[in-house]
Design a protein around this ligand. Structure first.
Ligand SMILES: *Cc1c(COP(=O)(O)O)cnc(C)c1O
Length: 222
């Protein structure tokens, strides 16, 4: 199947799931996750209508974005303080702020660049996930981040638990949705290739899809 038809099929499936649970399909954005994918596949998806592209690695993103038409660029990887300048230069939005130190570094660079940077608080709702903060910390972190004029805290991002237990996935996403309700903002970024249906049912406004859209990833960085 071509990337264009994969994108159309994914969009149609998400729209159908949204309608089935009484939601407006237009309230759910698709971020195509380009990590370790050949950039040609990403270009094809953008040509077919993909508007949002996510990357986990700064170097790879630099190479990929240079070869893509304008898209909304989302940083979804682990945020290291010493990469804050490069992240602010390369991305429109940072979804993975899980500590005040990282947020402060982004705020300093955004201020330097005279930008307001939209960020999401990364929440940990999975026993095996290394990154993200607890639901209680999320509220405190969001409050602290909101004191930086150069940041706009726009919601919550979470990675679902790595399990085949659908009810455990649904429960984790409900917890993310609840925390999103308390943090506020317009973006609840939950749902990947294996669990976007549960995410849509829990209220996701942004799914991050890699393999279902682009196929299997290379095991090494491309
Ligand atoms: C890799 C990745 C995705 C996409 O994963 P797939 O299972 O390939 O859809 C989404 N979000 C984050 C944070 C990722 O690292």
């Amino acid at each position: 199947m071509s990337i264009a038809s994969r994108f159309a099929a994914l969009r149609a499936a998400i729209d159908a799931e949204a309608k089935a649970c009484g939601r407006d399909p237009d309230s759910i954005a698709i971020v195509g996750v380009a990590k370790r994918q050949p950039v040609e596949r990403v270009r094809e998806a953008v040509a077919a209508g993909l508007r949002d592209v996510g990357e986990n690695y700064v170097q790879e993103a630099q190479a990929a974005f240079a070869r893509l038409p304008p898209v909304r660029r989302h940083f979804i990887g682990h945020l290291q303080r010493n990469k804050a300048r490069a992240v602010v230069a390369l991305f429109d939005m940072v979804q993975s702020v899980d500590r005040l130190e990282g947020g402060a570094a982004l705020a300093a660079e955004a201020e330097r660049a005279e930008r307001i940077l939209p960020v999401l608080v990364q929440l940990n709702v999975s026993p095996v996930e290394r990154f993200g903060c607890s639901p209680d910390e999320a509220l405190r972190l969001a409050e602290a981040l909101r004191r930086f004029p150069a940041l706009r805290v726009d919601g919550v991002m979470a990675i679902g638990p790595l399990t085949e237990d659908r009810s455990a996935i649904a429960a984790a996403f409900l917890q993310a949705a609840k925390t999103f309700g308390r943090v506020g903002g317009s973006t609840l970024s939950i749902g990947m290739s294996g669990d976007w249906r549960e995410a849509v049912r829990a209220g996701s406004t942004m799914v991050r899809i890699g393999t279902q859209l682009f196929g299997e990833r290379a095991t090494e960085n491309v």
